[in-house]
Design a binder for this molecule. Structure first.
Ligand code: PSV
Ligand code: MN
Length: 378
């Protein structure tokens, strides 16, 4: 099978927050040249697209990317050859949300959180985004702190209101996360909870799988296959983890897991491939370029799986032959093929080297002096 046409079509979305400063709760290390505003973040994202050719959209995080004129931001993106991707709501960085946002026992706080979510749909309208991403940090820290079922009712009520506000061609993706910042109960802790809410709501509600949001050892490709079969897999927040929600570069910690996931989805339409990463130590733009390449390499290997041979082996229960088919694809060096595809598209075959040679980093380091660098909460 010729895997090139599918690879030519592949698109990977980068997150605006990957270009800003980030860190752990112990320290944020600032880097030179980091953007001061969403316009500069988009300029950096344009570099990732310039050298990879497959990253033409950028996810925004509101209010980190709040601007006065969203239509203007959209035009700015357009001028850079980019479009605005998923709008990520943020109902976790306000003192009011200490006991939760949409599940908060106080109706005033719930209303405030819902208003923010609805504002995010207004921003989708203005920016041309078709996807709203919902992640709730809501939960409790202590047994007895709040009523678990009542919190589910409050969540369902908020989701219904957001769902009703979605326009033609718009959808929301509900994100789950095992724990953190809540430690005892989390209101959307797993794919089953997200799935159940989405099924009740209808086709415009789907689940997003953040690869870092599972317990160690979880079989993520099983979740992916299950959701796909039900038409409820909306997309991915890709990143890598060693321990918890590490947000390291996708494919860095476990490239074989990424391959196994891509094997399930590589040929499925309508799935959003997004990165949700932070580059705390490594430089950000090359970190994103490397991540896009990691997803692309895993996709190419997944597409190389000989489906006919696999089916035949599976049909007769030949476990070792079936496993060998997958491993043959995984062990193929796809880098020459991808370099070739880039050249065919008029790109440098080596995006990392081409970016390093471009002088962009030196340019932004010299130009972006003064002002406040973007980072968490900004
Ligand atoms: C939460 O951990 C999360 O994965 C959500 O997608 C947030 O919006 C994002 O991280 C912020 O980095
Ligand atoms: Mn995420």
């Amino acid at each position: 099978m010729d895997i090139r046409p599918r690879l030519r079509e592949q698109r990977i979305e980068t997150p605006s927050w990957a270009y800003g400063n980030s860190g752990t709760r112990f320290k944020v290390f600032a880097q030179p040249g980091v953007p001061r505003d969403p316009y500069e973040k988009l300029a950096d994202a344009a570099q990732v697209h310039r050298f990879t050719g497959i990253a033409p959209s950028v996810a925004l995080h509101i209010p980190w990317d709040k601007v006065d004129d969203y239509a203007g931001l959209r035009r700015h993106a357009d001028g850079l050859g980019l479009s605005i991707g998923a709008i990520n709501a943020n109902v976790f960085q306000d003192d009011d949300y200490k006991l939760g946002s949409v599940t908060n026992p106080d109706p005033r706080v719930r209303r405030k959180a819902l208003d923010h979510l609805l504002e995010c749909v207004d921003i989708m309208d203005a920016t041309g985004s078709d996807t709203l991403k919902l992640w709730f940090s809501d939960g409790t820290n202590y047994p007895g702190q709040d009523d678990i079922r009542a919190r589910q009712d409050r969540l369902a009520e908020a989701l219904e209101s957001v769902y009703a506000r979605l326009g033609e061609g718009q959808r929301f993706l509900l994100e789950y996360k095992l724990f953190e910042p809540a430690f005892y109960t989390t209101d959307v802790p797993d794919w089953g909870t997200a799935y159940a809410h989405c099924v009740k709501l209808g086709p415009k509600a789907q689940v997003v799988v953040d690869t870092g949001h599972h317990a160690p050892g979880t079989n993520i490709e099983f979740i992916v296959a299950f959701l796909l079969r039900e038409g409820k897999l909306g997309g991915f927040d890709f990143n890598s983890r060693f321990y918890a929600d590490d947000d390291l570069m996708v494919g860095a910690a476990d490239p074989f897991q990424l391959f196994r996931i891509m094997y399930e989805v590589a040929e499925e339409p309508g799935i959003a491939f997004m990165l949700d990463q932070c580059h705390n130590l490594e430089p950000k733009i090359p970190g994103q370029i490397r991540s896009v390449m990691n997803v692309q390499e895993a996709t190419a290997k997944a597409l190389l799986v000989d489906k006919n041979a696999l089916k035949s082996a599976q049909a007769v229960g030949d476990i070792l032959a079936a496993h060998a088919v997958l491993m043959d694809a995984y062990n193929t060096d796809v880098r020459p093929l991808l370099a070739d595809l880039r050249q065919e598209a008029g790109l440098d075959p080596d995006p990392m080297a081409a970016y390093a040679r471009s002088g962009y980093f030196q340019e932004i380091s010299a130009a972006r002096v003064g002002g406040a660098q973007a980072g968490w909460g900004a």
